[in-house]
Design a protein around this ligand. Structure first.
Ligand code: SF4
Length: 415
């Protein structure tokens, strides 16, 4: 298989020894950890999930790591090849600052922060052996070739629209191309038996996330959205033993189901939609919850939505599973990089109806043009459906926190 990138102008990776910025990155994380620790009604085993997400000791790595971006790369295939999938999108405001020093221009904070982590040669991201990026937004498309200077990188081409009858064949062959790349770089052969095992584990994770979401809809007081995000993101953004994670999450689910609140919550019930929220940048979740809202569901590619759809198949042969995984990861994705936004709008309306939400909070990440462009139709459609909605437009920095708080409180009062 020929290399994907023309390496004529390949350059040596840039690293920056910047102790001041690393200190800032730790500060941003510590600040969010402090907020989490002050929450009431946390699951009794939340320390398990925190220990994974907060972990910074990666010295005991015993399998290859495959770093991937976005929510369209089948983790089951990576696991079945004996490697650890790690989502390397980053939410650290300080990492965005250091990324910006090298990647100049009006680039979205997520891309800058993710790249910023690679500037530290001892970061978790640099422990990855290979990288996989979907050609989703413009920033990711161009980031691929830059990342290829750091690690062997595969760009996974996704179709421009979620038209299954038009593009299913392309998606399937693209996933087979990914399998061939991974097999070559990991020096491993994908076995049907192991892939079946991983798909079954993935089904269990999906069912648990659905159960947790359902339980939260009825008793949002039982666990905050930020703790729910810690649980979800600990299984995506850090090395994790998925079977152990499933066992621990089952316990959380049981605790929420057994939880009996002293009284019914009268707080406004919000569906959160929009751009990805990634540890430790939980600013928007913090603000909504601290201002008195219960976030009962989300459509984020880093929240419950990211694990909501299981791969569907009646056939369990290796090729059928690869086909099912391509369909699940591409055609169920609620990413604005596809031309029609019907999937996202349908999901928001459906969540509002099924969860009894009183309003929608739409998080628009500054410099992410995809979400900005989607606001036009989303805001008008929700207004037409008489669903109160509010767009929170911000970036990773914490400077506008109090200004946003005032606006969010004003919105919640109208509910
Ligand atoms: S919204 Fe789409 S492009 Fe942005 S991080 Fe999520 S999956 Fe990737």
């Amino acid at each position: 298989m020929p290399d994907q990138f023309d390496e004529t102008y390949k350059i040596r990776p840039t690293f920056q020894d910047n102790p001041g910025n690393l200190k800032k990155q730790r500060f941003v994380e510590d600040e969010q950890k402090r907020r989490q620790s002050q929450l009431a009604d946390r699951p009794s085993n939340i320390a398990y999930f925190e220990s994974i997400l907060y972990n910074r000791d990666f010295s005991r790595k015993n399998v290859p790591w495959v770093g991937y971006f976005c929510n369209m790369i089948p983790q089951e295939i990576i696991r079945a090849l004996g490697a650890q999938p790690i989502r390397v999108d980053c939410g650290n405001a300080a990492a965005a600052q250091v990324g910006e020093e090298v990647l100049s221009g009006d680039i979205c904070p997520l891309a800058k922060a993710s790249f910023g982590m690679f500037l530290n040669d001892k970061s978790l991201e640099n422990f990855c052996d290979i990288l996989v990026l979907p050609a989703s937004c413009d920033a990711k498309r161009k980031l691929g070739q830059i990342m290829n200077d750091y690690k062997p990188t595969f760009m996974y081409n996704i179709p421009p629209e979620q038209n299954h009858s038009l593009y299913a064949h392309n998606t399937f062959s693209e996933t087979n191309r990914l399998v061939a790349f991974l097999e070559k770089k990991l020096d491993a052969k994908l076995s049907g038996k192991e892939l079946r095992r991983q798909v079954r584990l993935s089904h269990q994770r999906t069912l648990l996330i659905r159960d947790l979401q359902e339980a939260r809809i009825h008793k949002p007081q039982a666990i905050s959205m930020s703790d729910f995000f810690i649980i979800i993101q600990s299984s995506l953004f850090r090395p994790v033993d998925l079977e152990e994670w499933i066992e621990q999450t089952r316990q959380v689910c049981k605790q929420i189901q057994d939880y009996s609140p002293a009284r019914k919550s009268l707080r406004p019930r919000i569906v959160l939609t929009g751009a990805p929220i990634i540890w430790p940048n939980y600013k928007v979740i913090n603000l909504l919850e601290e201002s008195g809202a219960d976030i009962i569901a989300d459509t984020l590619c880093t929240g419950a939505q990211s694990l909501f759809d299981p791969p569907m198949t009646d056939e369990w042969s290796k090729q059928s599973l690869i086909r099912a995984l391509s369909n699940r990861y591409v055609y169920a994705a609620i990413c604005p990089c596809f031309i029609s936004q019907t999937t996202r709008i349908n999901r928001v309306i459906d969540l509002c109806e099924t969860s009894g939400a009183t309003g929608v909070a739409n998080y628009s990440l500054r410099l992410c043009q995809l979400f900005d462009m989607e606001n036009y139709r989303l805001e008008r459609t929700l207004k037409e459906k008489k669903i109160p909605a509010f767009t929170i437009r911000t970036d990773y920095s914490l400077e506008d926190t109090e200004q946003l708080r005032v606006r969010i409180e004003a919105f919640l009062e109208t509910l």
